[in-house]
Structure formats: C-alpha cells, structure tokens
Design a protein around this ligand. Structure first.
Ligand code: FDA
Length: 395
C-alpha cells in the first residue's frame, strides 16, 4: 500500500485548489479523479471563458441550510485572493456584467494555472482512477482504486455534485458521507432552465428565441433583475437560472415584464393608442401576441382597445398581469443541463473553518458536494476556491 499524507478525490475546482495549497505546505498529496481530463467543468464553464469569480462576493449570494457557514471560508480566501492568483499567472480577464469576471481567452487558462500550481507544489495527479472503496485505517484512511491501493492521513472529498453526469458527475461524495454517518440533505438541480406545463406549450413554445429584461420573483420573495429567454423546451436565461435555485416544485414564478405604473404613464402619454400597439413598443411583438392570447388575459376579459377606454379596474388588472406575470413551470431540465446541485453534505457536520467532518477526524468535504450553492455569476467557483483553500491549510 502506497502511503500519502493527503489524498484528494476529484480534480475539479475545489480539489485542485486544495491539493496545491496542501502541497505548498510540504504535504505529499495525491489527487485522484475517475475522468480522463483535469477540470472538465472549468473548461466548459462560462461559455468556454470561465466566469471564475465575482467582484461582489458576499455570503447572502449563497444558498445553504445554515447561511452563516460560508462566511469563514469566503473571508479567509476572497475573490481578491483569486484575482491576484490569476494576475500572477498573467491571465487576461474582463468584467462582463454585474461584477462577473471572465478570461479574455479561454477557460483552459484557469485549468493550466491550477495544474501549474499543483506541479510547483509537488502534487501527484492520477486520472482514470475509479474509487472502489474507502475505509478508516488508524487515524487515517485506505483508498482502493481500480488499479492500486493507498493510505493517507487526511482524505479530502471534492467530487462535486450531480449536474452534468456526461462529464463525470457522480453521487460518490454523498455516498461516502453517508458511509461515515454524516447527514446528506436532499439534492436537486439548481441554476437550471424550466420546462413548460402542457397547457402553456401552445402559447409559449412559438416564442423560442425571444429574450427580454425582466425581474423574476419566487414565492419566497427572492428577486433577480436579469434576462428571460424563451426556448424550444421552456424558459431559460439568467433570470430563470437564478430563480430556479429558489423554486420549489408546484410553485409559480412571477416575472415583471413591465414595472407597475408604466401603463398609467402610457395612458397619459398615448391615450388614443390601442393596448396591443402600445405594448408592442414596450415588449417584443411576438410576446405581446402570445400574452394577449393567454388564458389569464381572456379570463380577465381584457380586450384590445384604445388606452383611454380602460376603466381604473381594468388598468389595475393589466398592470398586475404585466408586473407579476405568473408562470407555473412544469419542472426543470434536471441535472442534464443544471449548472449546480442544491443540497448535499449537511454543513452542520463540518467545521466552517477547515471543512473537516466534526465526527470523523481527518475527513474533509469541499466544493459543490457540500450543501452550499451560489448564484450565477462566478459565485460557485469562488466557493470552491475558498473551501479548497481553507482545507488546504490544515490537511
Ligand atoms: P467539480 O464538478 O468541478 O469537480 C469534481 C471532480 O470530481 C470532477 O473532476 C469529477 O470527474 C470528479 N469525480 C466525481 N465523481 C468521482 C468519483 N466517483 N471518483 C473520482 N472522481 C470523481 N460556476 C461559476 O462560478 N462560474 C461559471 O462560469 C460556471 N459555469 C458552469 C457551466 C456549466 C455548464 C456547469 C455544469 C457548471 C458551471 N459552474 C460555474 C458551476 C461550477 O462548475 C461548479 O460549481 C464547480 O465546478 C464545482 O467545483 P467542484 O470542484 O466542487 O466540483
């Protein structure tokens, strides 16, 4: 059995960061992954440019059963620390929008940077390693793979969530946590497009390709000002991806297509314009056609006529339909297209400073496998860098 100080399982964002940091401290580190390539999610992230962090990282941008859990790691290794690392490696980057930082060139720059950090720190990376079993061995662990057996003092699980099974996602980390008696919170897809209810398909499917700025709101009052995109399968775009993480099956989502008060302004500015014409100047024309044909409009008896002819009660109804358009999704596209997995290893089981399991000394969980999910926009990578760095200081 080959002996290592530290074994990290998962050569993704969190695992690479942790392995490099532990290696820098002189620890002998083995990084195992069952895939053929290092950092596959990083490579495909951000449309191939990797949205690697965000200027505005703050704990409130993370979903977690215990919202305080993320504070320590995010404060110990911040977005500014990661930006400094990116700059040290001479990687050109830019802010796209809302503080989101992307590589100018390619997401591969970030993977190459992390590999270089690991190499400099003497980390051994072994790909195509399927983990057959993990057992406690004294104060450490034994790890048996398809072609070898290892022992280690510290074991770090960085195997990610369930999204994108095609590129190596697995339930390994959750099963390992359960094997060691740790609680795992139910998982579901996050940052994911919605599918439509059968009754919405006739009016909304023809809108594929239409995009517009909206405010999306979930039942719990969470709101995101971003773009909504209609697709062949349902609705997507950043507004939908963001709100999907706050959505529970069966609930409606509300979209502010036009702010309240805009119609009242329209009536005063263009009293003789018909509703449909006026709306066509405010919203994409195809969307206006589809909205007026929908059941909620016919049920409310809203017919097309000059704006000045609407009585105050009708104006209130129209404003409500436009400022809080309710859509009940059929479901989500699931892990096939989700960017992240909500839920995971319960943070009550872990030290927020080191990520070590409270009940199992020397066993660590970092990154997406933990019940921490960030907003769209570089927040999820920052969590992986921060959690990986924090564990890397102590393993
Ligand atoms: P990650 O999934 O990166 O790595 C886990 C590793 O473990 C993988 O290499 C996998 O092969 C390995 N593994 C799994 N099971 C194993 C097993 N049984 N044995 C051995 N190895 C195993 N976030 C962001 O902040 N900005 C962005 O631009 C994007 N963009 C984006 C696009 C797409 C398409 C997706 C799917 C996701 C994003 N994300 C993102 C989210 C981001 O990719 C995600 O939060 C991090 O990659 C999580 O890092 P981890 O290291 O925890 O897991």
């Amino acid at each position: 059995m080959k002996a290592w100080d530290v074994i990290v399982i998962g050569a993704g964002a969190a695992g690479l960061m942790c392995a490099a940091e532990a290696g820098k401290r002189g620890r002998r580190v083995l990084l195992l992954d069952h895939g053929k390539r290092i950092g596959r999610k990083i490579i495909m992230s951000g449309g191939g440019r990797c949205n690697f962090t965000n200027y505005f990282i703050e704990p409130s941008a993370f979903l977690c059963e215990n919202p305080h859990f993320v504070k320590s790691a995010l404060a110990r290794y911040t977005q500014w620390d990661f930006i400094a690392l990116v700059e040290k490696h001479g990687i050109a980057y830019h802010e796209k929008t809302l503080g989101q930082l992307f590589c100018d060139d390619s997401a591969q720059n970030i993977v190459d940077m992390l590999i270089k950090e690991c190499e400099t720190a003497g980390v051994t990376i072994k790909l195509r390693s399927n983990i057959d079993s993990v057992d406690q061995l004294g104060a450490g662990f034994s790890v048996t793979t398809n072609d070898d057996q290892y022992s280690c003092q510290s074991l770090v699980v960085a195997s990610g969530g369930l999204s994108m099974p095609k590129i190596g996602a697995s339930a390994f980390g959750y099963k390992l946590a359960e094997q060691f008696g740790l609680k795992v919170l139910p998982t579901r897809a996050g940052l994911v497009p919605f599918t439509l209810q059968p009754e919405d398909k006739a009016t909304l499917e023809p809108l594929a390709g239409v995009s517009l700025p909206v405010v999306a709101e979930s039942e719990d009052g969470t709101r995101f000002s971003e773009n909504l995109l209609f697709t062949h399968r349902g609705v997507s775009g950043p507004a939908v991806l963001q709100i999907s993480s706050y959505w529970q099956a069966g609930e409606p989502v509300r979209f502010e297509l036009l702010p309240a008060g805009r119609l009242a302004q329209g009536i005063s500015d263009h009293p003789n314009q018909e509703l449909k014409t006026w709306l066509g100047h405010q919203l994409p024309k195809r969307l206006v056609e589809a909205l007026l044909a929908r059941e909620e409009w016919t049920r409310a008896n809203i017919t097309n006529k000059p704006l000045k002819q609407y009585v105050p009660k009708e104006v209130a109804v129209i404003e409500q339909l436009l400022s809080a358009w309710p859509l009940k999704p059929g479901g989500t596209e699931g892990y096939r297209t989700a960017e992240v997995t909500l839920g995971g290893v319960d943070t009550d089981e872990l030290s927020s400073k080191t990520m070590m399991a409270k009940k199992v000394p020397n066993l660590y969980f970092i990154g997406e496998v933990v019940d921490v999910t960030g907003w769209l926009g570089g927040y999820n990578f920052q969590w992986s860098w921060s959690a990986g760095w924090s564990a890397g200081q102590v393993v």
